[in-house]
Every structure is written in C-alpha cells, then in structure tokens.
Design a protein around this ligand. Structure first.
Ligand SMILES: Cc1ncc(COP(=O)(O)O)c(C=O)c1O
Length: 470
C-alpha cells in the first residue's frame, strides 16, 4: 500500500471508519446540519451503563472537597456579603490521576468489546496515561503518539513526564517533534496495526465525562442539600466542558452556570517550532480553547462530539503566573498538591467567587495528579532556560505570554479577562461565511441556535453584521 503522505491522507475517512467503528455519515443531514444528540445516543452507552463500566474499571466516584481556607481568604478580600464557597472535585484520586480516566475507560471498554487487539492515542497529555492505564487493565496493547520535542530535540518537563507515565503502564510511546506529521503517523499506525483509535473526540470520549457532571450534582445535593450555582471547567479541546455540562444537565442542574477557564497564551502559535517550548502549560490554554470552541470539527474524527459552545455560559482567561500561584495556595492552605491543569479553573474560581454572594456554591470540577515534571519549580526553571523572565507583580499589567511570567504578589491580584460569548459565536459564523455559505435554511438556523447556545435573532444579527463588513 502507498505510504506517501498524500496517499495516506486520502484514505483518512476509511481508516477512521474502521478504527473508530462509527459511520458518521449516518448522522449528517441537509447542509451544515448533523444530528448531534442522535450521534451521542446511538453510539455511546447510556449514562447509568457508563457509571457501571467506570465502577468496574476503578474510575470515578472521586471526592468533592470544600476548600475552606481558600474560601475564607476569598471572603476576606471581597466586599461585604460576597465570596462564594469553593469546592473542588478531586479527580486526581482517579486511577491514572485525572478526569481523563473517564474518557479512556469507556473507549477501552468499547475497544475490548469489539475485539480490537490494541489501541492508539495521539496525545501529549494526561489522556495518554489514562489510555495506557485502562488498556493495561483490559489486556489491550497500547501505542501513544506524542508531540514531544522542538527541532532542537528539547522537550517540556511535563510532556516528558507523561511519556514516562505511559511507558510505566506498558504502552509503547512514539515521540515526534512538533509539526503536522502527527496526524499522518496516527493514520499510518492505525492502518498498519488495525488498532482502535482512542480519539478524545468520539462520543465515547465525551459520554465518559458525563458522570463527572452527575457526580458533582449528587454530591452537592448530599453534602449541601442543594445544586451548585457555578461550575468552573479548565477548557482546551472541549471534551471536559462538554461532558461535564451534559452530566450536570442529565442530573437536572439546569440553573447551574458553566464557566470555561483557559490560560491566556495569545500570541503563541501551537504549531510553531519556536513557540512550542515557550509555554508553561501544555493544555487548558487559549491555543486549544479558542479554536476548538469556534471550529470543533477540526479534530481527528469527522464530527467532534466535544461541542463546548453548546454549553458554555462564560469564558474567562487567567495568566500562567496566576495558575502557578493558585497551585501553591492549594498546597499550602488546603494540603493538596495538585495540578497544573485543574488549577487553571481554580485560579479563575478565586477571582470569580470574590464577586459572588457568599451563599453561592462554585465547583472547580477537577484536580489532576502532580509529579516532578508538572511542578511549578520544574516549569519555571525550564521557562527561565528558554529566556522567559519570571517575576512577582500584577499579572494583569505585566503578563506577556512567551516573554514574561508574572506571579501575583498577593491574593487580591487574582483576576480574569472575559472573552465575550458573541465574539466566539461570530468567529464560528465567520468561518461558515468565508467557506462560501451565503444563506441558511430554517433547519440550519435551528442547528446553529443549538451549536451557539443562543437565539436565532442573535445569529441573524451577527450574520448581517459580518456580511456588511465583508
Ligand atoms: C487534567 C486536564 N484538565 C483539563 C484538560 C482540558 O480538557 P479538554 O481538552 O477536554 O478541554 C486536560 C486536557 O488535556 C487535562 O489533561
């Protein structure tokens, strides 16, 4: 078989179909419309079955912990009667140390059930470790493809550490330098091995996270006798937000606001060899968070089951320095050494909770295990070696991604920057307009309302404005 780049890419659809076992064309409707709910319900098991599968796989049922000392500190920096109670869902207690076990557990169940010998995951993150861990439990072979190095052969401490974690579970880890060849290698390996594609973006990868949302609601009801008012989610590819939100809704927490939080890395290009090692966070940042929100289908499957704009009520950004500070505060005040990714939403929660009434409940929906390569000391030393200045001060005034990391001098300097939801909706629609779409049928407008979590009047107004601006 022809293994050239062009030939392999041209076989993309067939390779995906046999390695994921989903015929996405079944869910396509007229124009831009596809039946998202049908894709989810027809392909993935029902949520109670997912919970059973996860229980058997040692995944889920993690504690919901009140951050009493942090909440008290927030209240002492808030105006009278303000400062919401912050709770955290301790996902680090899961088998491989993050919520990614939820996604992997369902994919591995499906892979085993369908008789695959092994699985492949293309990820540099916690998902690799989760897949490797779940594959080990089910006796499946596992290959993890990692974008690890820049062209100098230099690797981020966190990514290198994750590679070692995957190897420790018995996975074969293939490390590549940054660039577009990752997808080509993924397709080639899938074709050569006949393994299951444990993509993050299949319905299994999302349905697995729904239990995180239902557990939060059930635990809030049991522990506090009420639903959470706000759930803050560290956002990158969108699976975390989509799955959690769907779970919250399935448990009936309809009034709960869903807030996405990412680390602000504006100006750094994710596919750039020179920018690759200038970021201290490998996920939960704007380099993934924004493009995956406005163009979800640019993933490794034909239709991404992670569709964060459908659920997001607010999108806030925090700086790298604030997340490092939140990491230290969580360890020193609550005795929880965790992170980094989960602490992105914690940093945002600290700033957001200050503005909210003191009887409200805000849940940070994850922590992640930490280790030598993930610790702030490793990241900050690496950043300094890349020529990045590290200083104390006011991040909102001095932060400059890729040039300067500014760690707050005191607790009152936690803040956030909001990306207006309509700006994200506009980017989503602009993409359709530049692809040549000129008018939308009633079904397409209905689909867009669901996709963009807004009414058709707002959508029409944005389209008119964009058409006028050319
Ligand atoms: C611990 C942790 N939290 C949050 C995220 C973000 O999840 P998503 O990419 O589904 O938005 C990741 C993804 O890499 C992660 O590993």
């Amino acid at each position: 078989m022809d293994k050239s780049y062009r030939a392999v890419m041209s076989r993309k659809n067939e390779i995906m179909k046999s390695s994921v076992g989903i015929d996405y064309s079944e869910f396509e409707r007229d124009g831009i419309v596809f039946d998202y709910e049908e894709l989810m319900t027809k392909t993935a098991p029902d949520i109670s079955e997912v919970a059973e599968i996860q229980k058997e796989a040692g995944v889920g049922c993690t504690p919901l912990v009140e951050l009493k000392n942090i909440s008290r500190l927030v209240r002492s920096h808030a105006k009278k009667g303000h400062g919401a109670h912050i709770f955290v869902k301790d996902e680090a207690a899961s088998l491989s140390g993050s919520f990614k076990d939820r996604r992997a557990s369902l994919s591995m169940y499906v892979a085993k059930d369908r008789g695959f010998d092994g699985v492949i995951a293309a990820t540099s993150g916690n998902y690799g470790a989760a897949v490797a861990s779940q594959a080990a439990r089910r006796g499946l072979k596992c290959i993890v493809l990692q974008e690890t190095f820049d062209s100098r052969g230099m690797g981020q401490p966190e990514i290198l550490e994750k590679g070692r974690a995957c190897e420790s579970y018995g996975a074969e880890v293939i490390q590549l330098s940054v660039g577009p060849e990752l997808f080509y290698y993924l397709l080639r390996l899938l074709e050569e091995t006949g393994f299951f594609n444990a993509s993050l973006y299949t319905p299994y990868g999302i349905a697995g996270v729904e239990t995180l949302g239902t557990e939060i609601v059930n635990q809030c009801r049991e522990q506090l006798g009420r639903d959470p008012d706000h759930v803050v989610v560290t956002h990158a590819g969108g699976g975390n937000l989509t799955g959690t939100s769907r779970g919250l809704k399935k448990a009936g927490a309809d009034k709960c606001k869903i807030i996405a939080a990412s680390v602000e890395l504006t100006g750094l290009h994710m596919a750039s060899d020179t920018d690759f090692n200038k970021k201290s966070f490998t996920t939960g940042h704007t380099g993934f968070g924004v493009p995956f929100a406005v163009a979800p289908d640019r993933s490794d499957v034909p239709r991404n089951a992670a569709r964060p704009l459908r659920y997001m009520d607010k999108y806030v950004l925090v700086t790298q320095g604030e997340v490092f500070f939140a990491t230290e505060i969580l360890a020193r005040l609550e005795g929880m050494q965790r992170g980094p990714a989960g602490n992105t939403s914690l940093a945002a929660a600290i700033a957001l909770a200050r503005e909210l009434p003191e009887d409200e409940v805000m849940v940070v929906q994850e922590t992640e295990y930490t280790g030598a390569g993930k610790a702030p000391s490793a990241q900050l030393t690496f950043a300094k070696n890349q020529g990045i200045e590290v200083m104390r001060g006011d991040p909102r005034k001095l932060d400059s991604p890729g040039e300067r990391i500014v760690i707050p001098q005191d607790f009152s300097q936690f803040s956030y920057k909001e990306i207006p939801m309509n700006r994200l909706r506009t980017s989503y629609l602009k993409r359709l307009l530049t692809e040549g779409k000129e008018s939308f049928t009633d079904q397409e407008m209905q689909f867009l309302s669901e996709e963009l979590h807004t009414d058709s009047w707002t959508i029409k107004r944005i389209i008119e404005e964009e058409s006028r601006n050319g």
